[in-house]
Write a protein that binds this ligand. Structure first.
Ligand code: HEC
Length: 111
């Protein structure tokens, strides 16, 4: 009984960590799919747009640590304006989890 309980606890923990995503992989996903528009660069189109809309401090998406994971995931899957949506064949659900883990790691690094 005790072993059964233990193995179900371990299974839950490993399922949770699989869902949590891998921040290092997420940085790779960001560099591949997001950086071209969202770089910390005065000519990056999304950075220009978001700076004008939200102010210079929130123009670079990696500097805006108030963004909620659900909102980031929504934007990735649905796009908005000139931001494209990304399908599961481009960014898998696991890669999206890793991307969110990467954003979370940036938030923790800032605290
Ligand atoms: C082709 C350029 C382009 C690419 C590639 C792109 N984005 Fe965007 N993104 C934009 C633009 C433009 C906006 C502003 C949209 C608007 O508000 O109408 C935006 C907005 C966002 C927002 C909302 C920011 C806020 O402050 O409200 C999030 C989150 C976001 N992008 C995440 C991502 C992620 C994550 C990726 C990579 C998977 C990505 N974007 C790739 C152009 C891009």
């Amino acid at each position: 009984m005790k072993n059964l309980l233990m193995s179900s606890v371990l299974a839950t923990i490993s399922a949770t960590s699989a869902m949590a995503g891998d921040a290092a992989e997420g940085e790779g996903v960001f560099n591949r799919w997001c950086l071209a528009c969202h770089a910390e660069h005065p000519l990056a189109p999304a950075t220009i747009y978001l700076s004008a809309k939200l102010g210079p401090d929130l123009g670079a998406i990696r500097a805006n640590t108030d963004l909620e994971p659900d909102y980031i995931a929504y934007m990735v899957r649905n796009g908005q304006g000139s931001m494209p949506n990304f399908r599961r064949t481009e960014i898998t659900n696991d890669e999206l989890d890793s991307l969110l883990a990467y954003f979370q790691s940036l938030k923790e690094a800032k605290q």
